[in-house]
Design a binder for this molecule. Structure first.
Ligand code: PAF
Length: 277
């Protein structure tokens, strides 16, 4: 596995291997089983797999956790070697954002829904960095985790709107044995918060059970989910929504696949989770 630091070198490599199918897994590092499952899926589908590790400053607002976001580069590289990734692209901030850069990519509308509503500017940062990475890495297929379902919707729309020749594959959420969705931010949780965090997956399971038993009333489903969250005093709701997975707009009837998405604070840590009905 080779570690590449500059866009110039990365582009030279992707030009050399342009005849192959290039799979790309963009990450911010602090890798866990969820990321590794993306790498493994990419390995199955592609000739060459490139993983980027870059903690992207523009997707964090000033009061968020950019400076303390876990950075575990050496450990990440070990895990990626074992998962047979071919290249790690780990650029410096100045490489991705040359001094004075003022150009951004915004998917209007979608970027203000769900996490975009709670974290203004977040998706502008994500779509800007992902489009820059796509230009440099030139992947045929890019792999994202379904845990960030809103991110997947925004990126799919960006790819369509800007004619990127990239297929987007969303891979299933990987969970701990007790149901907690894997996230790089789980390391922030104290033992008590770790227990409280289970309320998110529990609230989604509650909705799934009601749905399987025939309940199609959106208000009742959301209210059951919120009630399950409220049973744990360590959890503070951000949003609970049932939306169209492509447009992220609230839906009135569940006649197509519906995304049930929850975001909540456990202590200072903001966690998200979702299921598709
Ligand atoms: O999902 C993430 O880790 C990030 O949002 C991404 C896609 C790597 C862009 O920085």
């Amino acid at each position: 596995m080779q570690i590449i630091r500059t866009a110039h070198e990365m582009r030279a490599i992707t030009r050399q291997i342009a005849a192959q199918t290039i799979g790309f897994v963009p990450t911010m590092g602090a890798l866990h089983e969820g990321h590794l499952s993306l790498v493994r899926t990419a390995k199955e589908k592609c000739d060459t797999v490139i993983v980027s590790i870059f903690v992207n400053p523009t997707q964090f607002s000033p009061n968020e956790d950019f400076t303390r976001y876990p950075r575990t580069f050496d450990q990440d590289c070990e895990l990626l070697k074992r998962a047979n990734a071919d290249f790690v692209f780990a650029p410096a901030t100045e490489e991705m954002y040359p001094s004075g850069a003022t150009t951004y990519v915004t998917v209007e509308g979608l970027s203000d829904r769900l996490d975009g509503k709670s974290r203004p500017g977040h998706f502008r940062g994500v779509t800007t960095i992902v489009s820059k990475l796509f230009h440099i890495v030139q992947p045929n297929i890019a792999f994202f985790g379904q845990k960030d379902a809103a991110q997947v919707a925004v990126i799919r729309k960006m790819v369509r709107d800007l004619n990127f020749p990239v297929e987007i594959v969303a891979c299933p959420i990987v969970r701990e044995k007790d149901g907690l969705a894997m996230s790089s931010r789980n390391v922030y949780l104290t033992p008590d918060e770790r227990k409280s965090a289970l309320a998110l997956s529990r609230s989604l399971q509650k909705i799934e059970t009601l749905f399987k038993n025939g309940n199609r009333n959106i208000e009742e489903l959301i209210s059951a989910g919120k009630q399950t969250l409220a049973e744990d005093s360590g959890v503070k709701l951000d949003y609970f929504s049932i939306v169209n997975p492509d447009t992220l707009e609230d839906i009135q009837n569940i006649d197509h696949p519906a995304l049930v998405a929850v975001a909540a604070y456990v202590g200072k840590t903001r966690l998200i989770d979702n299921i598709v009905l």
